[in-house]
Design a protein. Structure first.
Ligand SMILES: O=C[C@H](O)[C@@H](O)[C@@H](O)[C@H](O)C(=O)O
Length: 477
């Protein structure tokens, strides 16, 4: 019987072990999508204790604690940090076979050298040891990122954000490249007219333009898009139930915007037209700059209205939706491709039933401009565990080109989540190792090793063009 979480964790074959230890593990990390807070990186934050760095903001853990009968007081409420950690420790044994069980113990091992299982009995010891270490310079946020060989990370940022912390980091010479991502969801969130109009005022202030017409909105977004590019941004991102691809005319969109600005709500048809127009506008801006556009599709969000009122969005009340994806996505991508304005694109589906749909959809729009132009994103959110990752890798292998995949991202809110890349790399190497052992792939370690290194690092380095950021910054300096 293999020991739990040993050096060869998830690596069932000799080939897998070689591929992981000799090829995957040494690769730096390019974490091109996460929700880390740039001010905490710029300020090189020293977290007070393990609860603050590990539990606050992690709605994966929050859901597990709730499922385990823990009251909200000990999750997002006013219990002490120790009380919250104790409740998490009590919950961990009940997460076995959930990825949290692996991540929790992998993170204790990799960051704190703790191999003891976390549970009620070990909670105090582990809390004290981790919290004491977190007070030392080796556990400041910047030290933690360097410890995990992070080379580049992209945070998630609103067009109205000042990006002051990204600028400060670039000026500080911090070895890890910390770049923004242009996440314009709020710029098309017309479902709530009141909050949308308030946001438009905020966006207008940031862009130094009064936003009365749709043309003004475009001006404001273009100014912010240009500003994000000047700070090194190379990606955009969207979180949507599905793509919007209704037919529209500029006049219809302009009229809808006037209606919104007057405080009027759009009809469902006007709503879909407006969102379709916004997606095209934003996609064209991405194409003009050679950025990569990301679409996170299929989440059924904020299911618990009581808790949405109490805690707000992204607090653990979302789940996998069953929205039809294919037709609108095809129409949208074709609309851009027809104009030769389709940027590099990564599509993440939250419903695994859409895996094959996305894996085949991306094959419709590779135009020869760049290898792997159209990407099927890594297992996302409820799918970023062994089973979900294997399904995504197998669908991509069966219907696309696995060796052209830009690989994993943490998508996390915690600075202790970087072992997710290790987890993915182990899953990848194990799949390839199994194929070699079964005679389904040649035991060509040069070919397989290069493939592993490209998926873990090389493809992302080439595809996103972050090095161009350095060149641009040097030129503009
Ligand atoms: O893994 C979970 C994800 O980070 C989830 O929190 C995000 O997808 C977020 O809701 C977003 O819209 O970007």
């Amino acid at each position: 019987m293999k020991p739990f979480l040993s050096a060869d964790f998830l690596l069932k074959t000799a080939t897998a072990r070689t591929l992981y230890h000799e090829y995957a593990k040494p690769m730096p990390i390019i974490d091109y999508h996460n929700h880390l807070l740039p001010d905490q990186i710029a300020g090189d934050k020293q977290f007070e204790n393990i609860t603050q760095i590990w539990l606050s903001g992690d709605h994966y853990k929050w859901r597990a604690m709730r499922a385990n009968g823990v009251s909200e007081r000990y999750i997002t409420g006013d219990a002490s940090d120790w009380e919250k950690f104790e409740k998490w420790a009590e919950t961990v044994p009940y997460t076995l076979r959930n990825p949290l069980y692996h991540w929790t113990h992998l993170e204790l091992q990799r960051y704190f050298g703790i191999t003891e299982l976390l549970n009620k009995d070990s909670a105090r010891r582990i809390y004290d040891e981790c919290s004491a270490k977190l007070q030392t310079p080796e556990y400041s946020v910047q030290s933690l990122l360097k410890k995990m060989q992070v080379e580049t990370l992209c945070t998630t940022d609103d067009p109205a954000d000042s990006l002051e912390h990204h600028q400060a980091l670039a000026a500080s010479g911090f070895e890890v490249r910390v770049l923004p991502t242009f996440r314009a969801d709020k710029a098309m969130a017309v479902d709530d007219v009141t909050s949308y109009n308030a946001y438009l005022d905020e966006l207008g202030t940031a862009a130094a333009v009064g936003i009365s017409t749709f043309a003004d909105l475009e001006t404001a977004l273009r100014r912010r898009h240009d500003f994000f590019a000047s700070v090194g941004c190379r990606l955009s991102d969207h979180g949507l139930e599905h793509i919007y691809a209704a037919e529209y005319t500029p006049a219809e969109v302009a009229a809808s915007f006037r209606k919104i600005r007057g405080g009027g709500a759009l009809t469902p048809a006007e709503n879909h037209q407006f969102k379709a127009a916004m997606l095209v506008l934003l996609a064209e801006m991405d194409w003009e700059k050679g950025w990569t556009q990301q679409y996170h599709l299929g989440a059924l969000r904020n299911n618990n209205s009581r808790m949405l009122r109490e805690l707000g969005p992204d607090t653990g009340w979302d789940s996998i939706g069953d929205f039809p994806q294919g037709r609108a996505l095809s129409t949208f991508l074709d609309r851009l491709d027809r104009q030769d304005k389709l940027a590099k694109t990564i599509i993440y589906n939250l419903n695994p039933a859409d895996n094959d749909l996305i894996a085949t959809m991306i094959g419709n729009f590779n135009d020869g401009s760049v290898a792997g132009k159209m990407q099927f994103g890594s297992g996302w959110w409820f799918l970023d565990q062994k089973d979900g990752m294997e399904k995504q890798l197998n669908a991509l292998s069966n219907m696309g080109l696995l060796p052209r995949f830009v690989g994993m991202l943490t998508d996390s809110r915690s600075f202790l989540s970087y072992p997710r890349h290790e987890y993915f790399r182990r899953v990848l190497c194990n799949l390839l190792g199994n194929d070699v052992e079964n005679g389904e792939l040649p035991a060509d370690m040069e070919l397989l090793g290069r493939t592993v290194q490209n998926i873990c690092y090389g493809n992302a380095k080439e595809y996103f063009g972050f090095d161009k950021v350095a060149e641009t910054a040097a030129v503009s300096a």
